[in-house]
Structure formats: C-alpha cells, structure tokens
Design a protein around this ligand. Structure first.
Ligand code: EPZ
Length: 422
C-alpha cells in the first residue's frame, strides 16, 4: 500500500501535536454495542485499524455517523459480524465479543489472526467470559459464546490489556458485581473505565491491579475525548533523540510515559515538561538496557522505536522483550542498513554508534515499520521502506507528515487505489 523514501537527517526541530490514542479508541468504539443511545467520540484518529473496526461494527448492526473527526455510534439490534475475513484482519476485533455477549446473550467471533509479533491467544478473554457465566464453544477459526451474564471473579494469569477490556465491556451489563484481579493497568484501561462510567456504568479501581464492576440494567450515551497516543509521542521523541533534536510535543501526557521518559533520559538527552508541552533536546549518546513489561513498565510497543534509537548509541544496548515472543523482526531490517545486532531468543544486543547506509528495507509490523522509518533518518543517503501491508498507516495517522514538519525528508509513494495518510 505504500513505499516511503527517507533521507539522512541531521536535526529535527519544531513542534507537533499528538493524535488520540489508537489503543484507547478501539475499545471505546466497541462500547457502542452496549447501548441504543448514541455515544460520541471526539478526535478519532484516521487509522486503518479504526476504519477496519468500524466496518466490523457496522456488520454488527452499529449505526455510525461522522462529523469530521467526531464519530457518533449507536446500536438498536446488534448481532455478531458475519464476514470472517474482516474479523481475521485485526486483533482489536476480538473486543466485540464482550459487549455483544452482554447485550444479546450471544456472540460468535472469528479467532483473531495471530500477527507478525506473536500467537496472540485469547484464552484469558474466554476465561473471563466463562467467569461471567458464558458457555464457550471453540470451532476451527471461530468461537461462539452464549448465556445471560452474571457477576463473577476472575484472576488474569497475565495482566492482558485486551482481556481486561473485554471483561469490562461484558461485566458492565452483567447481573451482579465482578472483580478482575491482576488486571492490566495501562492508561487505555483507565480511559475505558472512565468512558464506561460516563455511560452510566459503576466501575472502580481502573488503573490498579484490581477492578470492581457493579453490573447495570442498561447504559446510556455520552460524549468523550480519549487520551493522547503515548506510543506516537514516544516514537517522535525517539526520532528527535536520534538527531540533534529540539522537539516540542503538544498534547502528550508525560504521566503516561514515565518508563520511556526515564529511559530516554539515560541516553543523555534533556526532557522538560511545561504548560506548552513536553520538549526533548539534544542527541542521544549513552547505551541503554531495556526490559519490556506490562504497564507501568517499559512498553513493548516502544521496543522497536527504541531499538532504532540504540543504533546511534555508542556501545552495547540490551533489549529484553518479555511480552511478545516474536517482536524483533525489525532487527533483521536494521542489519540490512549495516546495524550490528545479535538476537538470542528474547534478548537483542545492539552494538551501536556505527555508520549506516541507506538501502531498501521492509516494514515487518506496525511498530517495526515505524522503527525502520526512524532508522532511515540516521542512515547515509536514501532508505526505501517498503510497506505493502500498510502496517504503518494502521497505527500512525501521519508519521511521515509529522517527521516532515520537523525537518525530515520523508516522502510517500502511493500505490494507485489505496488511500495513504502521509
Ligand atoms: C494490546 O494488545 C495492544 N493492542 C498492543 O499494541 C500492545 O502491545 C499490548 O496490548 C501490550 O501492551 C491494542 O490495544 C489494540 P495483551 P493485546 O493481551 O491486548 C498474552 C500496537 O502496536 N495473552 O496485553 O493483544 C499475549 O500473547 C499493539 O499498538 C495471552 O496469553 O495485548 C501476549 O504475550 C501491538 N492470552 C501478552 O499476553 C490472552 O488471552 C500481552 O497481550 C491474551 C494475551
């Protein structure tokens, strides 16, 4: 769907505004299945993952009206989506399971395709639905759930973001109270809890390891503005730190980014928070050790952009990827630029500070693709980044445009017939 051309860039400077968080918006959109009253979500980012989910939701009977970047959604008679290929196309489609089951007593969803970065099982989602009283029937490629939901207690073996979201989206209409232990604590979870409470739900403990939900008979509509995208913000900060950067992020939430900001500080750049926004100045130089963890630990989605930054750090940086089993694919593309990276299972050793030479590389997944765009900024000459699957446009509204506004030379070659934001 896209080919990017990135030229070496000595300095990024200026300011950019951060878009609304993809991983906050996706579960909010699924909440439209919970009520016949309209929910309005402001500043929805233009992302292919959002468009795909909207296609799935309209197959589920959700009505959608757009007013610029403001979406209003409501569902009179929701039902399970039928087109398997749509469901298999993205991970977040699994989040229609909980609200459909809660609203209609039935849900049939295709097992979401694993993706490049890992198997992506949904056993914890299903464990949660069973704790709320659902009968679960697995068939090849899909899962069917049915039953009238009642409150229940569930312990998540891993603080899964998606499983926590699915259980929340079901428990809000279950009869009785639910407790989720070892729940995910991500900012996107707190946002979903706040949004559902605005719809009349009764949730407490969002952002802590234990969340309590008092089920309600029904929920009503609301208008909501979701949080900014901490991963987009972090990606721009990494790009700035790879050059002689002086970049101001408007609308970011530094309180959602503590682990990343501390790690960036260890590279030797300066970070300042002010009413105007979050500013990074200086060029990173010191090698780092990164261990990805569930929030509030270092976010796995920032591992690839941070590895791009480590190419500029003289010495050996170490990355331990504890969340996904196959999230180093971008490393082999960086090696094509001349990077010195050694992978041992879930550990990557990056010997940085050496010259890199532009060549043709590929986007392996969403965050890996973004990392390769950043890597092109520090490679000599021109780097051609092939992104036939359109990974980057799935999760970044306009990464090339944001980098260009800061002085980078990044162009997009569109393939006729495919809309690209950039
Ligand atoms: C969400 O994915 C995000 N996606 C991911 O962002 C993010 O990397 C991830 O959380 C971790 O923060 C969205 O929010 C749409 P998990 P999710 O359930 O919910 C295992 C991006 O780049 N697991 O927390 O799928 C799973 O295999 C994307 O924007 C089970 O074993 O993540 C993985 O190893 C990539 N069983 C780990 O937990 C389950 O039932 C984390 O998964 C569910 C998950």
């Amino acid at each position: 769907m896209a080919t990017y051309r990135i030229r070496h860039c000595e300095q990024l400077s200026g300011e950019v505004s951060i878009h609304t968080a993809k991983n906050a918006v996706l579960p909010l959109l699924c909440a439209a299945l919970l009520t016949r009253e309209p929910i309005t979500i402001e500043r929805v980012p233009m992302l292919t993952d959002v468009e795909t989910l909207l296609e799935i939701l309209s197959e589920c009977g959700v009505n959608i009206s757009r007013n610029g970047d403001e979406l209003t959604l409501w569902s009179d008679e929701p039902q399970s989506p039928t087109s398997e290929n749509l469901l298999a196309r993205m991970r977040a489609s699994v989040l229609v399971m909980g609200p459909l089951l809660a609203r209609t007593g039935y849900a049939r969803v295709a097992l979401p395709g694993g993706c490049a970065i890992g198997q992506r099982p949904i056993d914890l989602h299903l464990k949660g639905m069973q704790a709320l009283g659902a009968e679960v029937h697995l068939t090849p490629g899909s899962v069917t759930l049915q039953g009238t939901l009642h409150g229940g207690n569930v312990y998540l073996d891993f603080p899964s973001v998606g499983a926590t979201e699915n259980i929340l989206l079901a428990a809000v209409l279950a009869k009785g109270s639910t407790r989720i232990e070892n729940a995910a604590k991500e900012p996107e979870i707190i946002d979903l809890c706040a949004f559902l409470n605005d719809m009349g739900a009764k949730i407490s403990g969002g952002g802590t390891g234990t969340i309590f939900v008092e089920g309600r008979e029904s929920l009503h509509g609301c208008t909501y503005r979701p949080i900014p995208d901490r991963i987009e913000a972090g990606t721009i900060l990494c790009a700035s730190a790879m050059t002689e950067g002086s970049v101001l992020l408007r609308g970011a939430r530094p309180d959602h980014m503590r682990a990343l900001l501390f790690k960036l500080g260890e590279t030797g750049v300066t970070l300042r928070e002010s009413p105007a926004g979050l500013r990074l100045t200086g060029r990173a130089s010191q090698p780092i050790q990164v261990r990805t963890l569930a929030y509030p630990g270092f976010p796995t989605d920032m591992q690839a952009p941070m590895m791009a930054l480590s190419l500029c750090l003289r010495g050996t940086s170490v990355f331990l990827e504890t969340i996904f089993e196959n999230r180093f694919m971008h490393a082999r593309e960086m090696v094509r630029l001349g990077a010195n990276i050694r992978i041992e299972d879930r550990i990557a050793l990056v010997n940085g500070g050496h010259a890199l030479a532009g060549t043709t590389v590929s986007s392996t997944d969403l965050r890996g693709g973004a990392a390769m765009m950043l890597s092109g900024l520090v490679a000599e000459g021109e780097t051609v980044l092939l992104d036939p699957a359109g990974h980057i446009a799935r999760g970044y509204e306009n990464l090339p445009g944001m980098l260009r506004s800061l002085g980078a030379d990044v162009t997009v070659e569109e393939i006729p017939g495919e809309e690209i934001h950039g």
